[in-house]
Design a protein around this ligand. Structure first.
Ligand code: SF4
Length: 236
């Protein structure tokens, strides 16, 4: 199904605006299109497009249990502004309890393997649950965010999660993202003003310097692999 489904999406939407494309995908796969948000700038742009245009796409987030208070604040303000529910997926309680019992609360600093284990429990497993039964997964990925994302396509098949992935902001620049957020008064994470660009879990995210790579603040103690397994599970 996937090569032809993706070809159809690419062909049919090639002259569409972003909101027209979102609406087309939602109509093509009714009740089977989901958007994952972590309330970063790109995700907030997509939430704005979906909510403002009343497009029938489910929005969900992964609450790892280790998020910044500022992330919960923007989550709250987003609910208030758009009045659109956002589904929440938590990690399995028993898996987190076992991890903390075996390795303590900060095992991710000890080794790459431990970090990946924590990401797997807190992000990958809940994501798999959230995507289960759906046909299209919308993400806020942009090509310029990291080298790993240069080769992405607008529509592509994610073999790991067995789902079509739609990356509507793939070619957007950070400036375009910021302009949209300003124009539509979209709620933003207060941490962006403190030098945080890509924001994940609190213990694993720091602000970056002006000349640093966009994802340098994620798992900064590791020398490579600035991904958590959600978008690069095959490489982990
Ligand atoms: Fe765990 Fe850090 Fe991954 Fe969050 S980002 S799931 S705290 S290792």
């Amino acid at each position: 199904m996937n090569a032809s489904s993706i070809e159809l999406l690419v062909t049919k939407t090639k002259d569409f605006s972003l909101e027209e494309t979102l609406a087309f995908v939602a109509k093509e796969y009714p009740g089977e299109v989901v958007f994952s948000t972590s309330f970063g700038q790109e995700d907030q742009v997509i939430t704005d497009f979906i909510a403002r245009n009343n497009i029938d796409i489910t929005i969900f987030t992964l609450d790892t249990g280790r998020l910044f208070q500022e992330t919960y604040d923007v989550f709250h303000r987003t609910l208030k502004k758009y009045k659109k529910p956002i589904e929440v997926y938590f990690p399995e309680a028993a898996a987190v309890e076992n991890l903390l019992k075996q390795k303590g609360p900060n095992s991710f600093y000890d080794s790459v393997e431990n970090r990946k284990e924590c990401c797997f429990i807190r992000k990958v497993v809940p994501l798999r649950k959230a995507l289960s039964g759906n046909k299209v997964w919308i993400t806020g990925l942009r090509a310029e965010q990291s080298e790993n994302r240069q080769d992405l396509n607008l529509f592509e098949y994610d073999a790991n999660f067995e789902i079509i992935k739609f990356n509507p902001l793939l070619k957007w620049t950070l400036q375009e993202v910021e302009d949209h957020l300003k124009e539509y008064s979209v709620p933003q994470n207060a941490l962006h003003k403190q030098g945080f660009v890509s924001i994940g879990c609190a213990p694993c995210t720091r602000a970056i310097l002006p000349d640093e790579d966009i994802r340098a603040g994620r798992w900064w103690w590791e020398s490579s692999h600035k991904e958590c397994g959600l978008h690069s599970a095959k490489k982990e």
